[in-house]
Design a protein around this ligand. Structure first.
Ligand code: HEM
Ligand code: FES
Length: 352
């Protein structure tokens, strides 16, 4: 949460996550190679290993891409999100191992440097059947490397959230390149149609989940963006009743296209942007813990009255002016600059 580098902190939950991941990857590779030896005795161990590593990385990439929309559709997937970065780094390492083995297997025996050979030995850029598909895998690997190398929060803070997020959107470009890498590779290898079918099904699944979650968010925003009453003379909008917000929880409303989380805690009401500075997590689905709004995704914290993380952290989210009239909560839809103090509205006994 700050610019100072801090080593990754391990806890029980992270250990279980990583052990399950390592166990799953180990089991997949063993089964792939074992069954390959059994059913394709003519295939060499190197070929099986290259295929096992490549398919394992590609499968993990699908899981990574599906976690975000799944969490937006159903909260029960949230535990998968906490350490999604560990999945990303594991996927990169598997892709790297696959690429290195392929480089040795297909490019190390000639007179050219294997890297040069990878990039220039096949110049059939205009032919679908002969396309140099390995270059696409290489381009994807460079993008995945940049993302894995900057995955620590230190880089998030150093690069700033917008630049970091833009860089990490590169995962979609890498995915597109890999879909082409595998599809064109399978045409060239005259591989069984199952591989092409699986790639197509994976693509449809990833796209379908993204479209479904985007559509849900649009509908939710439209529902939430209908103020019950017109704004008053000062521009404040009535959003809900105090009793409709659970203690230490928020009610999320959409004002002028912006999601606002209205929190009730310690006899007060404050309103913050719903968007966490870390990775856009939904603050309004978090709780007030130790006096701070705590993001449900990775636990970043913000003080409800000024939207600032407690020292030494430096994250800040926009705040909104709040007013209580009887038991009704009114919010001004114009966001204050991130970290601006706003006097919380005090709940009188009868308002609860
Ligand atoms: C320098 C980078 C890369 C090189 C040189 C490379 C090379 C290759 C080669 C030669 C094949 C055909 C293997 C065969 O048919 O026996 C292949 C297939 C494949 N590659 Fe890559 N690749 C690279 C990067 C990647 C990355 C980053 C991923 C995934 C994250 C990936 C996923 C796959 C998959 C899923 C297959 C299909 C495996 C199969 O036929 O069962 N590749 N790659
Ligand atoms: S999105 Fe990671 S803590 Fe909020």
């Amino acid at each position: 949460m700050s610019h100072v580098y801090r080593a990754v902190g391990w806890n029980r939950q992270k250990r279980i996550y990583d052990l399950t991941l390592a166990g799953g990857v180990g089991l997949y590779l063993t089964l792939f190679v074992g069954l390959g030896i059994l059913f394709h005795p003519q295939a060499t161990a190197e070929t099986l290993l290259i295929r096992a590593l490549g398919t394992c990385a590609f499968l993990l990439l699908h899981i990574i891409l599906m976690i975000g929309p799944l969490c937006r559709i159903d909260d029960r997937f949230l535990p998968l999100l906490y350490n999604r970065r560990h999945l990303g780094v594991t996927m990169f390492l598997l892709g790297l191992a696959h690429g290195l083995f392929a480089l040795f297997q297909f490019h190390a025996l000639g007179t050219l440097n294997p890297m040069v050979s990878l990039l220039i030995s096949n110049g059939s850029w205009g032919s679908l059947g002969q396309f140099p598909f390995q270059s696409l895998g290489f381009a994807a690997l460079i993008i995945l490397f940049l993302m894995a190398a900057t995955s620590h929060d230190f880089w998030l803070a150093t690069l700033t959230a917008p630049a970091w997020k833009a860089l990490h959107m590169g995962v979609y470009l890498a995915y597109g390149l890999l879909v082409m890498h595998v599809a064109l590779g399978s045409i060239q290898a005259h591989a069984s149609p199952w591989l092409a079918l699986a790639v197509g099904a994976g693509f449809v699944l990833v796209l379908g989940l993204h479209l479904t979650s985007a559509q849900r968010e649009r509908v939710d925003d439209q529902k939430m963006d209908r103020p019950l009453f017109p704004p008053d003379d000062d521009g404040f909008v009535e959003v809900c009743k105090v009793g409709e917000i659970a203690e230490n929880r928020a009610r999320v409303i959409c004002l002028s296209g912006e999601r606002v989380a209205v929190f009730k805690y310690d006899g007060k009401v404050s309103a913050l942007s719903n968007v966490c500075q870390h990775q856009n997590g939904p603050l309004g689905e978090g709780r007030v813990i130790d006096g701070c709004v705590t993001c449900p995704w990775h636990g970043y914290q913000y003080r409800p009255e000024n939207g600032a993380s407690p020292p030494p952290f430096e994250e800040r989210v926009p705040t909104f002016r709040v007013r209580l009239e009887g038991d009704r909560v009114w919010i001004h839809p114009t966001p204050n600059p991130p970290g601006t103090f706003v006097e919380p509205a005090t709940i009188l006994g009868g308002d609860l």
